[in-house]
Design a protein around this ligand. Structure first.
Ligand code: 4AD
Ligand code: MG
Length: 435
């Protein structure tokens, strides 16, 4: 029996006859020689077809293969330093070939295409090496997020996707119908996690979240994945220490596990090597002073930062930077005001370097029931929908806090991508939800 092998483990089969299943990405050749590049799933490999070895009939079959044709190759694994591919260094010296399908002319040729065209063809665009590399890194980012939290005592809680109330403001809700009652796709699992900490102390939820953002920017998706840890008895200072350990772990794991993918997408890894604790911390007040001195003299105290402001601030540091104590008015209703200075709150955003902007938003939560009720009223939120949330402050209320990290923005930064659209298999953008 000839073993069917994956390209990722091809080195173990040096000198042996193997079967490789895959798709043809390129075909070149001259005379009696034909070179196929094969995408197999776990990697890419070159197959060499030499006419005297395979005979005329098989050679003709190989010659008829088009881009994306599906094949099963049989051949010997040969070591060759120069052989292209990922992991590379090996090729298949083909002895037999089975054609499963000759593909129709593939719409995405190995040349440059416009982004709109590629997004229309997203189901096919995924087959490109660049998308392969990015989405493999995505899978690792998600795995390492879970690993770090699981290894550090956080308990996974699945929070609902259909919800009766807003967590992050009423202007970006996707409304749906729950048997006659309006329901909303979740913007965040945070409020539920605030209930879960009373049972488990440290929890996290990790799932898709939805924001009907009217903005068409390179950082906004309508549907994105967010991990949200929540911790009983945690102060803002505790949160920042957790966040810097957590983010560094994810970045350093990607560096360690994906050198080839990072090289393929031409990421400057020097910029990621410096991502280790401690991360700098600046207050919102200091950030405003930096903006005033740095070409934004008109930035008014009190507003949230726009992309150009975040870009300027992050360019001043070689690793992510925390901005803490935002104006209370600019932030969500549940954030704890600073007792001595209630116009700012015990919140912090983590801004990624190189202009990638906010990847984490977090805060201490209001723990006093009266203050929280007043905040709910001030934000014109429907009181009834938050009655259960107020219960959390009635029965054993404790100081607590948490944060949310957006997977796609984090991945865009780690991969050095100009836009979040490539960070998720099927992006949902303001003007697009096909395919
Ligand atoms: O700052 P946000 O809105 O915070 C929350 O949702 C809190 N409930 C989190 C918490 O404390 N548990 O969002 C958190 C992160 C942002 O920093 C960003 O990375 C990402 O979620 N994010 C988006 N990513 C892509 N597209 C969007 N439209 C996003 N909105 C937020
Ligand atoms: Mg935010």
């Amino acid at each position: 029996m000839i073993p069917t092998v994956s390209v990722a483990e091809i080195a173990q089969y040096e000198g042996q006859e193997v079967k490789v299943h895959g798709w043809v990405t390129h075909k070149t050749g001259k005379g009696k020689l034909l070179f196929l590049r094969i995408r197999e799933g776990s990697g890419f490999i070159q197959a060499v077809i030499f006419r005297p070895n395979v005979g005329d009939e098989r050679f003709a079959k190989a010659k008829s293969l088009t881009q994306e044709s599906s094949v099963i190759l049989v051949g010997k694994v040969k070591k060759d330093q120069r052989a292209p591919g990922i992991p590379g260094g090996y090729e298949i010296d083909v002895s037999d070939i089975e054609v499963l399908q000759i593909a129709e002319p593939f719409p995405i040729a190995p040349k440059a295409h416009g982004v709109d065209f590629l997004l229309d063809q997203r189901h096919l665009w995924l087959r490109s090496r660049r998308q392969w590399a990015i989405l493999r890194i995505r899978a690792t980012v998600i795995r390492e997020i879970r690993n770090w939290l699981d290894d550090n005592g956080f308990v996974l809680m699945d929070t609902p996707i259909l919800t009766p109330s807003a967590a992050e403001g009423t202007t970006t809700l996707f409304e749906t119908d729950f048997h006659g009652t309006p329901a909303y796709l979740t913007q965040s699992g945070q409020l539920y996690n605030e209930a879960n900490i009373f049972v488990f102390g440290k929890v996290y939820c990790f799932g898709p979240t939805f924001r009907a953002e009217k903005s068409k920017t390179r950082r906004h998706l309508q549907e994105f994945w967010m991990v949200e840890p929540e911790i009983a008895f945690a102060s803002l200072e505790d949160l920042l220490e957790i966040e810097e350990q957590f983010v560094s772990h994810v970045v350093q794991s990607v560096l360690q596990k994906h050198p080839q993918e990072l090289e393929l997408i031409e990421r400057d890894v020097n910029k990621l090597e410096s991502v280790v604790p401690p991360f700098p911390r600046i207050s919102y007040d200091e950030a405003v002073r930096m903006l005033h001195a740095g070409g934004f003299p008109d930035f008014a105290w009190g507003g949230d930062f726009g992309a150009p402001h975040e870009t300027y601030l992050t360019e001043q540091f070689d690793r992510p930077v925390f901005v803490h104590h935002f104006p209370t008015e600019a932030k969500a209703f549940y954030m704890e005001p600073e007792p001595e200075r209630p116009e700012v709150c015990r919140s912090a955003d983590l801004l990624a370097p190189e202009g990638y902007g906010e990847i984490i938003g977090g805060s201490e939560r209001m723990s006093d029931p009266e203050k929280l009720l007043a905040a709910i009223r001030k934000h014109n939120l429907p009181e009834e929908a938050y009655d259960w949330y107020l219960d959390l402050r009635r029965y054993g209320s404790v100081p607590h806090g948490g944060f949310g990290l957006g997977v796609e923005r984090t991945l865009a930064w780690i991969c050095g991508l100009p836009h979040v659209r490539e960070t998720i298999p099927y992006p949902r953008l303001l003007d697009r939800f096909y395919p």
